[in-house]
Design a binder for this molecule. Structure first.
Ligand SMILES: Cc1ncc(COP(=O)(O)O)c(C=O)c1O
Length: 422
C-alpha cells in the first residue's frame, strides 16, 4: 500500500511538471460556429421523486439504483466478466432453469423479443401467436418482419386461452413455433404456462414466451414447464434500470438455431455470437476475440444488483410479496367500488392490476391528478384499453402493502374529486 501511494505521488508530480511545460492552454485554434450552444443545456437537470406505478418502468430496487454510482470498470476486466457470470446465474435462478444459453441483450424488452424471433424464425416458418392484447399483437407483427408465416389465434380483450384451445390451435396449424405472452400487461391478463411445454414437445414445436410482465413477480418454472425460449426486460420484476433484455434458450431451441440455413439478421442479438461474448461457448482467455458490441457496464451493475436483491429475499418470497400486494390492491379497490377489468380472479396478472374507469370519470384526468397532487404515476390504459381503464403497477421495489396503501389512499381522493370528472 505504502509503495503504491509513493508511486502515485511521484507519477502525479511528473505529470504536473510535463503538463506545465507543454505551453499555454489558451493558445488554441479559433473556430467559427454556425450554431450557438442550446440555452436549455446551460442548466443542470433537476427531477423530483415519483412513485412509478404505471406498469413499468418501476422505481428500481435501492441496491440496483445505488450501484449506478459505483466506479466504472473497463469492459473486459476480470471483475466485469465476473458480473456477466453473476447475472447469468441470477437469471437462471429467477427463471428456475439450468439453460446454458442464458444471457442479456442490450436494448429493452422489445429488443429481446426481436432477438429471439430472429434467431428462431427462418423465412416461411409457421408461427402460431396467441393474441390476447397489445403485446401479443406486437409479437405477431414482429414475427412477420422476420419472414414468418404468422397465424393469429385471438381471444377477446380481458380473457386468455385454455390449454385445450391452445392444443386445438397447434393441432390445426402444426406451427414450428408457438408464441405466447405470459403476462399481457395491456389488459392485465395472466396466461398460465403449465402444460404448454408438454404440448409443444408432443407436436414438435418451439415455445417462445414473453415473460416481461411476470419475471420476478409471479412463479416461473422454465425447466419444469419445458419452456424453450423466454425474453424479459431489466426494469420490472428484476428491479433494474431500462436498457437490458435478458433471454434464455433451452437446448431444444438451440438445436433449431443450429439447423438454420441462414444467419439471423441482427448481429447484436445473434445468440451464437452473444454466447461467445458472454463466455458461454468461449473461454475468458479469448476475451479480445469475441467482441460483438460495447457493454453498458453501469446498466449491468444495476441488473446484477437487482438480481442480487431478489436472491437475497428469495424468489419464492418475492412471488408471495407480489401476490399479497395484488390482493391488497383488489381489497381496497372493492371498498371504493372499482370494478376489475379482468372478470375471473384467476386470470389476473399480479404485478399490474387494471380497473374499469368508473362512469362519469376520465382516466386521463385521474392520471394527471395523481401525478400533480401526489407525484404518483399511474396509467390510463394502453392502446386497446386506452382511456377505458385505470392501470396500476406495483412491481419489484413497489410491491408492498405500505406503497399500495399510499397509492390507494391517493386514488380514493382522486376518484372523489370533481377535477377528475369526465
Ligand atoms: C408484456 C410486455 N412485453 C413486452 C414489453 C416491451 O418491453 P420494453 O418496453 O422494455 O421494450 C412490455 C413493456 O411494458 C410488456 O409489458
Amino acid at each position: 500500500m505504502g509503495i503504491y501511494l509513493i508511486t502515485c505521488l511521484v507519477m502525479t508530480i511528473i505529470s504536473i511538471k510535463d503538463v506545465s511545460c507543454w505551453g499555454d492552454i489558451t493558445n488554441t485554434t479559433s473556430f467559427t460556429l454556425q450554431y450557438e450552444k442550446p440555452e436549455c443545456l446551460q442548466f443542470p437537470l433537476e427531477t423530483q421523486p415519483r412513485l412509478l406505478a404505471s406498469g413499468g418502468p418501476t422505481n428500481p430496487y435501492n441496491r440496483s439504483f445505488d450501484s449506478l454510482r459505483l466506479p466504472m470498470l473497463g469492459m473486459l476486466e476480470d471483475p466485469t466478466i465476473k458480473i456477466l457470470f453473476d447475472i447469468q446465474d441470477g437469471i437462471r435462478y429467477v427463471l428456475q432453469t439450468k439453460n446454458e444459453y442464458t444471457l442479456v441483450y442490450h436494448g429493452t424488452g422489445v429488443m429481446g423479443m426481436s432477438g429471439v424471433l430472429d434467431n428462431l424464425i427462418e423465412p416461411g416458418d409457421k408461427v402460431l401467436v396467441g393474441v390476447i392484447g397489445f403485446w401479443s399483437d406486437v409479437g405477431a407483427r414482429n414475427a412477420e418482419r422476420f419472414g414468418a408465416n404468422v397465424i393469429r389465434m385471438e381471444k377477446p380483450i380481458g380473457s386468455r386461452f385454455s390449454l385445450r384451445e391452445i392444443e386445438a390451435g397447434i393441432k390445426q396449424h402444426r406451427p414450428k413455433i408457438l408464441y405466447l405472452v405470459n403476462g399481457e400487461s395491456s389488459t392485465g391478463v395472466y396466461q398460465p404456462l403449465e402444460g404448454i411445454g408438454n404440448l409443444c414437445h408432443k407436436y414438435d414445436c418451439i415455445t417462445i414466451i414473453d415473460v416481461v410482465a411476470t419475471v420476478g413477480q409471479q412463479p416461473l418454472k422454465m425447466d419444469e414447464d419445458k419452456i424453450d425460449v423466454v425474453f424479459m426486460n431489466s426494469q420490472k420484476g428484476l428491479g433494474g434500470i431500462v436498457g437490458l433484455s435478458p433471454v434464455s434458450y433451452s437446448p431444444r431451441a438451440m438445436s433449431k438455431v443450429r439447423r438454420r440455413r441462414s444467419l439471423p439478421r441482427i448481429l447484436q442479438t445473434d445468440i451464437n455470437a452473444q454466447a461467445e461474448a458472454w463466455f458461454i461457448t468461449k473461454p475468458i482467455e479469448s476475451k479480445h476475440e469475441v467482441y460483438v458490441h460495447s457493454l453498458s457496464v453501469t446498466l449491468l451493475y444495476s441488473l446484477r444488483e437487482g438480481l442480487a436483491r431478489v436472491a437475497e429475499e428469495g424468489i419464492e418470497n418475492v412471488w408471495n410479496r407480489h401476490a399479497d400486494t395484488h390482493r391488497y390492491v383488489h381489497f381496497r379497490a372493492t371498498k371504493i367500488g372499482l370494478e376489475p377489468f379482468v372478470a375471473n380472479p384467476e386470470d389476473r396478472l399480479e404485478g399490474i392490476s387494471i380497473f374499469v374507469t368508473p362512469p362519469g370519470k376520465d382516466a386521463f384526468k385521474i392520471e394527471k391528478y395523481m401525478l400533480e397532487k401526489f407525484r404518483i404515476e399511474i396509467s390510463p390504459g394502453l392502446v386497446t384499453t386506452l382511456g377505458k381503464v385505470i392501470r396500476i403497477g406495483l412491481i419489484g421495489n413497489n410491491a408492498n402493502r405500505e406503497t399500495a396503501a399510499r397509492l390507494m389512499d391517493a386514488l380514493e381522493i382522486a376518484l372523489n374529486s370533481t377535477e377528475t370528472n369526465s
